[in-house]
Design a protein around this ligand. Structure first.
Ligand code: G3H
Ligand code: 13P
Ligand code: ZN
Length: 333
């Protein structure tokens, strides 16, 4: 049994409180590899931002659970080495799909877990989330639960179509589960293909997707004043990264994300955690493809992973500073 506090990690409670009061959101970046982890830490330190490093079940299987625990500990030590005396780093399980997985992560040093019972019937979602909360809170680990179903594939939780969160359910759900934050569905979805071109409007040659359901978000905020709200599926799918990937041999068609202005607006509300994974995948892939196309003789992974890491770091900094507004928000520097 490892407690996250012994690894120098923090839970989400205090950072969420400050984010809601301050009108900004904490970045939750997914990672699977050392380069992603390094880029996240470098970006958080340079911008003096709290950060959530999150791993899905698939990422945990890919990286190995033991290695992840040491990577998280290493992330804290690395942040300090980079000059940040009091880093605020959360190690979070993204889309936990069972009590056992959440427990295993808590027992191995995670400071926060998500239990995603969003595809279950309402009462089963509550029962599962409450079971996780009851276990997690013994160790001061915070729990995110989800109500409403995002379109597309949520790790191994699939839903054919989007079911927006019903504001009339949020008080009952958060009270009975005791969860610390609530992921909601207001029109975001996972992956790099969030909308079809037919769902978008062409404005100055750019496909603009339909806006997020801010009316639902505001209704939820009214029902749960000051309660931390989470947005999944919040990559913006930068056109330049998609173009680079396609220019250098990739084939990504009709990749469309959430416009950053909408995420900026959401960050000012009770939305205090914004999940971004696909944009990191795109930044990494674009840089690797470009490097290898321009240097066909290179075969040392450091040669192409270094620009990939730089490109991800640039993207993370951009999100923190220009979209979420969490720069300079560490409690102590
Ligand atoms: O929401 C899902 C995340 O993007 C993680 O994706 O299950 O492929 O690691 P993954
Ligand atoms: P994106 O696929 O939009 O990056 O969403 C990631 C996410 O929600 C992880 O839980
Ligand atoms: Zn998600």
């Amino acid at each position: 049994m490892v407690n996250y506090k012994d690894l120098g990690l923090v839970n989400t409670r205090e950072m969420f409180k400050r984010a809601i009061a301050g009108g900004y959101a904490i970045p939750a970046f997914n990672f699977n590899t050392m380069e992603q982890m390094q880029a996240i830490v470098m970006a958080a330190v340079e911008t003096k931002s709290p950060v959530i490093m999150q791993v899905s079940k698939g990422a945990r299987n890919y990286a190995n659970a033991q290695i992840l625990r040491y990577m998280a500990e290493g992330a804290v030590a690395y942040a300090k080495e980079l000059g940040c005396e009091h880093p605020e780093i959360v190690l979070h399980l993204d889309h936990g799909d069972s009590f056992e997985l959440c427990k295993d992560c808590i027992d191995m040093g995670f400071s926060s877990v998500m239990i995603d019972g969003s595809s279950l019937p309402y009462e089963e979602n509550i029962a599962l989330a409450k079971k996780v909360v009851d276990y997690a809170h013994q160790f001061d680990v915070t729990v995110e639960a989800e109500l409403g179903v995002l379109a597309g594939v949520e790790d191994e939780v699939s839903a054919a179509e989007s079911h927006y969160t019903k504001p009339e359910e949020v008080i009952d759900f958060s009270t009975r589960t005791g969860c610390d934050s609530l992921a909601i569905s207001i029109g975001t979805s996972h992956g790099a293909h969030k909308f079809t071109p037919e769902q978008c409007t062409l404005v100055n040659g750019v496909l603009v997707p339909p806006p997020l359901a801010f009316d639902i978000l505001h209704e939820i905020e009214k029902k749960l004043p000051g309660f931390p709200i989470v947005l999944h599926g919040s990559s913006s799918v930068p056109m330049e990264e998609v173009e680079t990937i396609n220019k250098y041999g990739g084939h990504l068609e009709a990749a469309i994300g959430i416009p950053e202005e909408q995420l900026r607006e959401a960050s000012k509300s009770a939305v205090c955690k914004i999940n971004i994974d696909s944009d990191s995948r795109l930044a990494m892939t674009a840089a690797v493809r470009k490097h290898l196309a321009e240097h066909p003789g290179d075969f040392d992974p450091r040669q192409y992973l270094k620009p990939a890491r730089e490109n991800m770091k640039k993207m993370y900094i951009h999100k923190i500073v220009n979209v979420l507004g969490s720069d300079g928000k560490l409690a102590e520097c």
